[in-house]
Design a protein around this ligand. Sequence first.
Ligand code: MGD
Ligand code: SF4
Length: 812
Amino acid sequence: ALAEAGDTPPEEKGTWHAGTCQGCTSWCAKQVYVVGDRAVKVRGNPHSKVCVGASCVRAHMALQQVYDPDRIKTPMKRTNPKKGRHEDPGFVPISWDEALDTLADKIMALRDADETHKYMLMRGRYTYMRDILYDRMTKIIGSPNNISHSAICAEAEKFGSYYTEGYWSYRQYDVKKARYVLIWGADPLAANRQVPFYTSVWGDVMERARVAVVEPRLSATAGKADEWLPIVPGQDSALALAIAHVILTRGLWSREFVGDFKDGSNRFVPGQTVDESTFDEAFTHGVVAWWNLEVKDRSPAWAAEKTGLPVAQILRVAEDFGKAAPRAISWVGGGPSMQVRGGYGSMACHALNGLVGACDNEGGTLVSNKEYTRKFPKPDAFMDDIAKKGKKHEKIDQRGRLTFPALKSGKPGSAVLTNNAADGILNEDPYEIKVAVGYMNNFTFSCTQPDRWERALAKIPFVAHLTTHASEFSWFSDLLLPNTHHLFEKYGYVKSIANGYRHVTLMQPVIKRIGDYKTDETEVPWLLAEKLSQRGFDNLLRHYKEYRDPETGKEPTTADEFSLYALKYATQSLWDPAQYKGGDKFNGWKEFLETGVWNSDPYPYRKRWGKMKTATEKFEFYSVTLKNALEKHAKKHKTTVDEVLSACNYEAQGEHAFIPHHEDPFTIGDADTYPFVFVDHKSRLNREGRSANCTWYYDFKDLDPGDEPWQDVAKINPADAKKIGIKSGDTIRITSPTGTIECTAKLWEGIRPGTVAKCFGQGHWAYGRVAAGEFGKTPRGGNNNDLIPAEYDRLSGSTVRHAGTRVKIERI
Ligand code: MGD
Ligand code: SF4
């Protein structure tokens, strides 16, 4: 179908060029049709085995983004020294020379004062060229403070798979071979990774498999599913444990993966403890311990009370899921994970993949295929004494403190706490930040309780923003550096997985830049390195000169050469036949650039069975890996694991800390004052936070079930609306314990009574003339983040978006 769409180019004389879309973390291989100097159409790249040539609806809005008249076209500096929401920054255009001179002077002042740790780099969306700016530059300047946006994305999703099967990343799902797909708080037809692939095969999936969706709102995927389970927000672990209970008591677990009782008779009887020595476990660890500690008491009747779902539905879903083993997928999204106690929710939902043997198996849940890109040269030899000393300071996000275990990949204090950096800056704890650079991020909008970011940025003496638009973050900046658009204007690469493959897909400049744009991760750091070198600090430039062109051995001499050579350097093993390691084979750089995408070898099923990267090398229902990590963190703070968990708002004590278990949701606001639980969700049209100034976003907003074109609606169940006297179209005020927004009411049956759902994305007061009500003054609609308190799943460092707050609704 795609080939057909592409077969009718709008103009004879145009040409297709390979590129990559980063409208969301799917990172799809695309092709761009260019006529003259202009891009006029975008389609899926048929060479990708991950995207299978397909596209999603929001991909097309990239065209509106790149030619948006509100883009910043030249560097700008602030002329109003006062910073605040109601202070016009008074930006005036300047040259790149002046802009980079200013930034270089600020960095040199930190180096001269031996306080390079007061430099901070904030990263939003990125390509894999990121380390040039994010890692190498920050280290060589001498700061520990490279803060990514990962913890406001979906890190808690990774917690479940890491502490059961030793894999800290997003999974791919073998839907083409599955017989049951059970989806938790994810919407693959709209937002959850590899939308083009999943939408293109979903019709076949529905014919072969049953699909059940667990979510308080009727999502795009739920609307097409066999079962919709409109759960009470935050009770996912109760449902997952009841499903585990049914699977074990009815004998539906995978004998091949989990093992069996020595005498073959099933001793998993509700409420009864089992003797561990009677069970021979195969590729898993602790199934009987998990049963004894938790699962034996988690009956469907118990879960029905917690989840608000009928017993019959819980039983039906559990049995059908179990009977489909091992081709039964438990698909864990942000819904059950990005909650205060979401680390355990994520583990509980993911553990089902272990029980049915779907993990690493055909028709199940898979990890990443191997790929062969190369890391950039090491920075160590270019870090002088000032840099080494600066780098040793504690990070500004306070990760690793008692209340922030941030246990990425088993290491305490290793996960980023994006949103808490605002508090670190505001309280100068551990110290003040003096110079900050942000790129492709908008934390003053995208983080919960964003007013903290407004105050934090206003406090930093010098902020530079590398951006395409004057967003809410830009409003508090001193310098705006206009950036290239990823799909059409820059070199880079990203990696992604689906359909049993991994691809590495390239970005390349294919159109004429109509503004004075430069690329955030390559050209800007090179030009800045030149400025620093002119000031007597040439370490960064000398380091970047190591990124030689693999074809000619030439070192880069300009920003343009640097961005091209760095890309060729990182991807050499994919295109250089002399370095071939696997997957697609190319004759050289030119062919790779034209094709635009490299595909891995197909997925090697069951290779990880018995070799998982956990402490026991098995799939852990009793997580020795988590026990080790928590004990390490407790020891560092001279306390116990129990103390750590209560300081971090979890209920678990004793052995429960190490197993997937149930905890009631931790939701801010009392039910009398705030009767509704707030449900935040993503849009089919959100290019993360970057489509807000596209008119198509508003024209087609009703592609999101329940939403309305050109409106920002809160979806309320008609039964609830009747009680509070609200009709569709009413202007309403929604208030939580941390903020208030105004928007429009929409009565809709697709939302669980007692909850109110609103799509994330609107409520901008900057960004552009379409995005804002009145640019710099009033928002269009309301930003959900104003309502959601800045809370965390502290074990993973993730920001909380779900089951996080209660709200009240008033008509105005
Ligand atoms: P964006 O909001 O996408 O990124 O949050 P952030 O990482 O903060 O903003 C990117 C900003 O970069 C834009 O506002 C613009 O200023 C600039 N920009 C746009 N295009 C480009 C470009 O091509 N190059 C450069 N250099 N700059 C550009 C995203 C984050 O938001 C994510 S990933 C998720 S998953 C979360 N989703 C989410 C949600 O679902 N609900 C709620 N309530 N909050 C959320 N916040 C999170
Ligand atoms: Fe892929 Fe996301 Fe771009 Fe759609 S918006 S084409 S799913 S990267």
